[in-house]
Each structure stands twice: as structure tokens, then as C-alpha cells.
Write a protein that binds this ligand. Structure first.
Ligand code: ZN
Ligand code: ZN
Length: 287
């Protein structure tokens, strides 16, 4: 599986001279299975650039979206996704079990007047809504997910809910858990142990790490984790690589370097061998 990062920032786009290295686009990942299938995770502002890239790839006409939740920073790129306006594209939209029936509604809502000038109905791609999975475990009923050995979801601990996802391709596991607060109980959220179990042994985990401990004193309950929360989860779940994700919009490149060093120091003091890094826009990983 190949993972390309098109957006790793949280909450709001943060372009500028201080975010050049890690980037300022909000959540969007491109996954390519070993069989070449394309899966897009979240539709934050980074999606616009992925759309432009896909328009140059005439062989790719089937696009599967996996959407974690409907907060703006995870959907804002969708109205700017060029392939959605072209009739030759087939776009499947999966938002986890609870969003099977509502995904069309919330994508359409963000393009409705007076919020946006162009209505969703102008988009001419062929859309399919919902994973059609009867349970939290994707059973491959959406064509394309068959290319994964496993695709499963679990509820996020986040205001208004949402889902985290696990993708297994040829025995290699990538877990994506953003907008997940490990130290606070939100309605519908799970206990920390269940997140540890979900991440167990992952080759790569991207986890929400928006706040420092000092910031968290004021932001508890906002739906996000701290750097310490993320590394402790990675250690307990024995993941191999941890990508710190959903960077606070106020975090500069130098701030992020400092936080990565803090996490690496903590991990090495504890004698833990987790490869920890901050996810950056443009980053490419392969497992
Ligand atoms: Zn977010
Ligand atoms: Zn959110």
C-alpha cells in the first residue's frame, strides 16, 4: 500500500511562511492498494490538489472516498474536486456505518445557498453513497474494498462522532485515527483500551496530536489529543511507526520539529522503539 499525504493540518487551512515544510492543507490522504486501486481518505483542502493530479491520470476513473466525519476541515475540499464535475468518473462515498444514509445530505449541504455558489447537482460524476456494509467491518460489498484484506472502522471519541479506519493490504496495516480525544469521554466514543486494541501491531498509525499538555488544560473536550496521548497509545499498541497528525493551525514548522523531538526523547527514555514523525503535506510512505 502506498500512502500520499495531501493535507495534514487540523481545524483550518494555515498557509504562510511558517508552515512551508509541513504544509497548511487540511486532511486528505491518497491510498493506492498493491493492485492499484485508489482510495481517498477525507476531503479537506488538500483534496483540490489531488483532484488536479487525478485529471492527468486518464486510467483512473473509479474513486472511493472514505470520510471520517463531517467537520469542515475534512470536507471543505470536496466542492473543489475537479473529477466530481466530470461524467466519466465513478465516485463512491463511504462515511462509516452511521453515515450510510446521510453522506449525500452533508456533502450537498455545504454546497447549498447561501454558503456556496454552485449546487451539488452540477456535479456530473456517477455517485454511489454508503459502504453498504451491515457492520463496522467492511465486508467488501463496495467494489474496490475487495482489494484490501480488511477495511474496518470504529467510532471516534469526538464531538458529533465520526469513524477511524484500518486498512490491511497484503498483511500490512495502516490505521488512521484523527479527531480522536483519548483523555475525554464524548457521546458515542470508546474507551482508550478499545483504541489500543484497534491499533495493535499496526505498521503505520496516523493519530491526532493537536495539543501540548499546557494547551490541553484549556482545550480538553474539544475533540483532540495531545502529543503524549498519541505516543502512549502507539507504545501500548506496539505500532511500528507513529505519524503525528491534525497539526494545530498555530503550530509553525519549528514548533512541530520541537514537538517531534519531545516525543522522540520521551520514547527513547522509555526504551520504546516507535519511529515517530510529524506527518507533512506531500509525504509519501509505502508499507
Ligand atoms: Zn479535524
Ligand atoms: Zn473534527
Amino acid at each position: 500500500m502506498k500512502i500520499t499525504v495531501w493535507g495534514s493540518r487540523g481545524s483550518i487551512c494555515s498557509p504562510g511562511s511558517k508552515t512551508i515544510r509541513y504544509g497548511g492543507n487540511t486532511t486528505c490522504l491518497e491510498l493506492r492498494t498493491t493492485t492499484g486501486r485508489l482510495v481517498v481518505v477525507d476531503a479537506g483542502s488538500g483534496l483540490r490538489y489531488l483532484g488536479k493530479q487525478l485529471m492527468k491520470e486518464p486510467g483512473v476513473k473509479d474513486i472511493i472516498f472514505v470520510l471520517t466525519h463531517s467537520h469542515w476541515d475534512h470536507l471543505i475540499g470536496f466542492p473543489f474536486f475537479a473529477p466530481a464535475y466530470k461524467p466519466e468518473y465513478n465516485i463512491s462515498l463511504c462515511g462509516g456505518p452511521a453515515a450510510r444514509d446521510s453522506i449525500r445530505k452533508y456533502l450537498g449541504h455545504q454546497m447549498s445557498a447561501p454558503y456556496f455558489p454552485v449546487d451539488f447537482s452540477i456535479m456530473k460524476a456517477r455517485f454511489t453513497y454508503g459502504c453498504a456494509c451491515p457492520s463496522d467491518r467492511c465486508e467488501g460489498k463496495l467494489e474496490g474494498f475487495l482489494d484490501f484484506n480488511e477495511c474496518s472502522s470504529l467510532p471516534l471519541n469526538h464531538p458529533n462522532g465520526g469513524y477511524g479506519f484500518k486498512f490491511v493490504d497484503r498483511g500490512k496495516t495502516f490505521v488512521f485515527l484523527t479527531d480522536n480525544e483519548l483523555r475525554f469521554q464524548h457521546e458515542g466514543g470508546l474507551a482508550r483500551e478499545q483504541y489500543v486494541e484497534f491499533c495493535r501491531g499496526a505498521d503505520i498509525l496516523f493519530h491526532d496530536a493537536q495539543y501540548t499538555e499546557a494547551e490541553y488544560v484549556h482545550t480538553q473536550g474539544w475533540g483532540h489529543s495531545t502529543y503524549l496521548d498519541a505516543i502512549e497509545l502507539a507504545v501500548d499498541a506496539r505500532v511500528k511507526r507513529l505519524g503525528l497528525f491534525h497539526h494545530d493551525p498555530d503550530r509553525s514548522d519549528d514548533d512541530l520539529d520541537q514537538q517531534v523531538n519531545f516525543c522522540r526523547d520521551r520514547l527513547s527514555l522509555a526504551g520504546r522503539e516507535v519511529d515517530c514523525f510529524a506527518v507533512a503535506d506531500g509525504m509519501k510512505l509505502e508499507i
